[in-house]
Design a protein around this ligand. Structure first.
Ligand SMILES: Cc1ncc(COP(=O)(O)O)c(C=O)c1O
Length: 396
């Protein structure tokens, strides 16, 4: 497909869509696709959700944008809803996940300086993904994302994901550390889960060393894993939570939430965003948060996610090319024995939208509105492709 005058930052698939409905997308020729990736975890309510559409249309007719130098009613209402859902104290609104993480990184540095640390350092994880800005690509644990953009930013140190001993060692040896930033489940890194009890141990370590515990819930937030935020599967409260993706249901919005000391660090002039939290974006956020609640979509994510996980495990049990099927709620990864990028085009041909990340992991992030029949359709379409993939000589 020609990309014309658009910079070629993406290898695009040979399809574009004219419209969508629920979990379905329709291409320009009228072919229907089950969307099991939701624009990489964005369309939490599916496509053309009636309440989201209604709220956006109404808001567009009233007010699109004013400025953050004035009061923004929708922003206040969305901040209240997010604080109620998270246990956090306040929110900074921005437009993307990377921007939300930038806000968290700036909070950590302010916090470090408030503790008289001259070179505040943030612990980040191997295989992490936090975005494409200079600070967030530095925080990401993937050389492909960083290569060519050196010099990277100072003030980060890295640990293996889920290794509490490694973090304890850093605490012993590096007195510049003021915060730790991680994803509760790594998305781009391959749908990697933390060991049971890790979050509690990490909270205790952070308390002991006065580190901020900062969670990147850009992908895991807003009901995706069967709780509003993924840390709610544990008993801990973080100091900072970043979210984006599903929050606007397709309208760009990001948020950095903070609690306690972290919530009082930013003062006027420290940070800002022209568009962040504008009336239209916050109308979308409010429609998403309210629909998650009224349509019980977080419970649905948990139930349908379990059904998908069980169904895939059962159907793929004898497939030697499948190492593991893992995930939480509607964030599922199928770890394959070899590179499996070709499955994306094969699935597309079969009317199914999926994604492959970390080279060998089929990633599924369907809308949280998905029902039993659609889950079954997903399994029935995907599993034969994975079986055929396993027959290829290059599979292992
Ligand atoms: C965990 C995580 N953090 C940050 C980002 C970056 O978000 P954005 O592309 O909205 O800047 C992503 C995007 O995939 C992500 O998955």
């Amino acid at each position: 497909m020609s990309t014309g005058t658009v910079m070629s930052t993406y290898n695009r698939l040979p399809v574009s869509f004219s419209h969508g409905e629920g979990v379905w997308l329709f291409d320009d020729n009228g072919k229907r696709y089950l969307d099991a990736i939701s624009g990489i975890g964005v369309n939490a309510l599916g496509h053309a959700h009636p309440e989201l559409t209604r709220r956006l249309q109404a808001q567009a007719g009233e007010l699109l944008h004013t400025s953050n130098v004035y009061g923004v009613k929708n922003q206040q209402a969305l901040a209240d809803a997010l604080c109620a859902a998270s246990g956090m104290d306040n929110v900074f609104f921005c437009n993307s996940g990377a921007e939300g993480n930038e806000a968290a990184i700036k909070l950590a540095r302010l916090y470090g300086h408030s503790r008289d640390i001259d070179r505040p350092t943030i612990v980040v994880m191997e295989n992490a993904f936090h975005g494409r800005t200079m600070a967030t690509l530095t925080a990401s644990g993937n050389r492909k994302v960083q290569a060519g953009f050196e010099p990277l930013i100072n003030g980060f140190t890295r640990a293996p994901y889920g290794d509490i001993k490694a973090l304890e060692n850093i605490a012993k040896n590096n007195h510049d550390v003021c915060a730790v930033l991680l994803e509760p489940i790594q998305g781009e890194g391959g749908v990697n889960l933390l060991p049971e009890g890790f979050m509690e141990s990490l909270r205790a370590l952070c308390d002991q060393h006065h580190w901020l515990l900062m969670l990147d819930e850009v992908q895991t937030g807003n009901g995706r894993t069967g709780k509003y935020f993924a840390y709610q599967h544990s008993s801990v409260l973080p100091d900072v939570v970043v979210t984006a993706k599903g929050l606007g249901g397709g309208v760009p919005i990001g948020a950095c939430l903070a609690k306690g000391t972290a919530a009082s660090l930013f003062k006027p002039g420290n940070h800002g965003s022209t568009f962040g939290g504008n009336p239209l974006a916050c109308a979308a956020g409010l429609a998403v948060v309210e629909s998650l609640h009224t349509e019980k979509l977080i419970d649905n994510a948990e139930a349908m996610g379990q059904r998908l996980l069980d169904g895939l495990r059962e159907r793929l049990a004898n497939n030697k090319g499948v190492i593991k099927v893992r995930g939480k709620g509607l964030m599922i990864g199928i770890q394959m024995a070899g590179s499996c990028g070709e499955l994306v085009a094969q699935a597309l041909e079969a009317g199914l939208l999926i994604n492959v990340t970390a080279d060998k992991v089929v990633r599924l992030l369907p809308p949280l509105t998905i029902n039993e029949q659609e889950i079954q359709g997903l399994i029935d379409t995907l599993c034969p492709l994975i079986d055929a993939w396993q027959q290829q000589p290059s599979a292992a």
